[in-house]
Design a protein around this ligand. Structure first.
Ligand code: COI
Length: 356
């Protein structure tokens, strides 16, 4: 559907109910849930075809206690952002990439998925319905969280007989409490995020629950987050709990290759293109922990974290610091280039943004 169809759907939904206006301090946004006005819900039963999606007032949903997602973790999520442009319009960043990643993840998790068109239209509708929650330019973004879950009842282990696709949104600012300052990571030596043949390469909900323990221990010790190593050699970098990792050495920017245990980040892929366009040599390959410790600069990428510079890495009790605790030049340069595109401050020659 076109934007104007999406607008009509929003108008009809918004004429039914409006939530009380809540005062929000746009200067103080972190990465926590701010309940907004509307969510989008679409279901499909055993025929695998999603139909009759609609906007609903944001709030709790009803689930059978026997739902596949609650019992066996049959669920996926996505994350993308909507930015307010200086002229008041809204930009989405590569939403069709999220749609395609959900389709890939759904195949791995034995779930049907909305089509790319259904996904993108639903995102547009949900963002427009929550227009007033898109922060002013430069104050943050509206984080869009699509979910796909086995909502039908199961008892024996099997794919659920019914699925729900849902989108909710929340205005957000910086992901890490450090804001734009460099974060401090610890390399995890006991726990692993993913194993070959597992589901580390798709955005299934269980991948995130399984990192909580290591993350909790790290945070208690004062680290921002955990960097995982591969489960086979305990030597090659995988990713951080919520983002991908890059190391910079001279003019070469390297990041672990996609091999089923690493999330194929959309920001990761975009930064690789942006960096190449700026003359860097970009390599996707096995990156060892030794290279990490000898890097000039290290940074993380993700929808939520955008480009986050890493100030220090601790590995087996040894701490290595990068760039005199300031933001590294390369990280800063790539952050600026990416966010300028996302906010519509730079011309989008690549056709990555979708204007609402
Ligand atoms: C995102 O960056 O959008 C993610 O899905 C990571 C999540 C842990 C916040």
């Amino acid at each position: 559907i076109s934007n104007s169809t999406a607008c009509k759907a929003v108008r009809s939904a918004t004429s039914v109910e409006t939530t009380e206006v809540t005062e929000l301090n746009w200067d103080n946004l972190g990465f926590g849930l701010v309940p907004t006005d509307y969510m989008y819900v679409m279901k499909c039963s055993s025929d695998g075809i999603f139909t009759n999606g609609e906007l609903k007032k944001f709030g709790p949903i009803e689930l059978n206690p026997s739902a596949g997602v609650l019992n066996y973790g049959q669920g996926l999520f996505e994350g993308l952002k909507a930015y307010r442009k200086a002229d008041g319009s809204i930009l989405l960043f590569r939403p069709e990439e999220n749609a395609m990643r959900m389709i890939d993840g759904a195949a791995r998790m034995c779930m049907p998925a909305p089509t790319v068109e259904q996904f993108v239209d639903a995102v547009k509708m949900t963002v427009l319905a929550n227009n007033r929650w898109v922060p002013p330019t430069g104050k943050g973004s509206l984080y869009v969280r699509p979910l796909l879950m086995g909502s039908g009842p199961v008892l024996g282990l099997a794919p659920a007989p019914e699925y729900t696709f849902l989108i909710f949104v929340s205005p957000v600012g910086n992901y890490f409490k450090e804001g734009l300052s460099p974060i401090n990571l610890i390399v995890e030596n006991e726990y692993h995020r993913a194993t070959p043949g597992g589901t580390g390469g798709v955005k299934t909900i269980g991948n995130y629950a399984s990192v909580l323990k290591a993350q909790k221990i790290a945070k208690e010790k004062g680290y921002s987050d955990v960097l995982y190593l591969d489960a086979v050699h305990k030597r090659y970098l995988e990713e951080v709990s919520s983002c991908n990792i890059f190391v910079v050495k001279g003019n070469v920017i390297s990041t672990p290759e996609i091999k089923g245990t690493i999330l194929p980040g959309i920001t990761r892929k975009s930064i690789m293109d942006v960096a190449q366009g700026q003359g860097f040599q970009v390599e996707e390959r096995a990156v060892s922990v030794e290279e990490l410790l000898n890097a000039d600069e290290v940074f993380c990428t993700g929808t939520a974290v955008v480009v986050s510079p890493v100030g220090s890495i601790t590995y087996l009790g040894k701490r290595v610091e990068y760039g005199n605790s300031g933001v590294g030049v390369v990280s800063q340069q790539l952050y600026s280039a990416l966010t300028s595109l996302q906010m519509g401050l730079a011309e989008d020659h690549l056709g990555w943004t979708v204007q609402l």
